[in-house]
Design a protein around this ligand. Structure first.
Ligand SMILES: NC(=O)c1ccc[n+]([C@@H]2O[C@H](COP(=O)([O-])OP(=O)(O)OC[C@H]3O[C@@H](n4cnc5c(N)ncnc54)[C@H](OP(=O)(O)O)[C@@H]3O)[C@@H](O)[C@H]2O)c1
Length: 287
């Protein structure tokens, strides 16, 4: 090394090694095989971190506790981007309550320094919905635990638009509340969660959203047109969202939200080759 004695060189190597040790974190991603989770693991690894996907597929089940102690060993951060396999009211509540309790228990025992959880913008205003009661319960448990935490509230994902159509489909038409809507690309959600995961715990909630505002019915109509789905989309002021009556601004984030970069038109072009499932009437629960 230029201008350094042998001793200085050894010292410098040692400092670099220490720096690397401090910078590289083991980050366990619960739900790391899902839409957001898989993108998140990739991004964390691209930035040199040890991103570990954890889900029933890899032998980790937060509902039963199976595999949690092992996977959390040596982890600095745990990120929860899991979702319940069933959206039925009692099942989803049991999923988020039991999973979160287990995560906090095993995370505490493993000495995890930061717990990050992904939730939804407007959650607190949608307690009429079984799904959102479960997300509220998840957040409450995290907030009162002793592990430092950050909760990320994201708006709906662009990838979720056709599912929204299925959910609003009454057999003849797709009925949705015509409220303000600011969705974002799943890729941008994953980037936002990654940024929070490698930062200091905020012990609070940060909001993330898309770069543009639309009306909910308008965007679902555009997406259906793109995938040649002939169903008519109606803005119905009486339509519920996941079983909850919502206001014009319930689904949009506040002014301090961090905004994703991907515009809807850009995402639409990128997703043109994809073939989403359409046409089925889904269970009346959405997130
Ligand atoms: N949809 C939206 O527009 C939206 C908007 C804002 C926030 N969110 C939130 O984003 C989060 C992630 O959503 P997503 O669409 O990425 O989910 P997803 O694709 O449905 O993935 C769910 C993940 O949860 C895992 N999982 C299921 N049961 C589990 C268990 N018992 N233990 C551990 N992991 C389990 C699954 O693992 P396997 O693959 O092994 O089954 C999978 O990896 C949710 O919490 C949701 O509330 C969604």
């Amino acid at each position: 090394m230029f201008g350094l004695s042998k001793y200085d060189g050894q010292l410098q190597n040692c400092l670099i090694a220490m720096e690397i040790k401090v910078a590289i974190m083991k980050i366990v991603v619960i739900g790391g095989t899902g839409l957001i989770g898989s993108k998140l693991v990739t991004k964390l690894r691209e930035h040199g971190h040890e991103g570990i996907p954890a889900s029933p597929n890899s032998g980790v089940n937060t509902l039963t506790g199976e595999g949690l102690a092992e996977v959390l060993k040596g982890a600095s951060v745990v990120v929860d981007v899991s979702n319940s396999p069933s959206f039925e009211d009692a099942a989803v509540l049991k999923f988020f309550e039991t999973s979160t309790r287990n995560l906090l228990k095993y995370g505490g025992e493993a000495g995890v320094k930061h717990l990050v959880a992904l939730s939804v913008v407007g959650t607190d205003q949608m307690a009429e919905s079984g799904y959102f009661r479960a997300k509220i319960a998840q957040e409450k448990l995290i907030k009162k635990s002793s592990i430092p935490y950050s909760i990320v509230h994201a708006t709906q994902f662009f990838e979720f638009l056709t599912k929204l159509a299925d959910i609003g489909f009454d057999g003849a038409k797709v009925r949705l509340p015509g409220v303000l809507f600011q969705p974002m690309a799943a890729d941008d959600v994953a980037s936002a969660v990654a940024r929070v995961a490698v930062g200091q715990p905020i012990n609070g909630t940060v909001e993330v959203g898309g770069p543009e505002q639309f009306r909910l019915d308008e965007l679902v109509r555009l997406r259906l047109a793109q995938v040649n789905d002939p169903r008519e989309v109606i803005a119905d002021p009486n339509a519920l969202y996941s079983g909850a009556k919502i206001g014009d601004r319930t689904l949009v984030p506040g002014k301090d939200a961090r905004l994703g970069e991907t515009r809807f038109e850009t995402w639409l072009k990128q997703s043109a080759g994809q073939n989403p499932q359409t046409g089925k009437k889904a269970a009346a629960v959405i997130n």
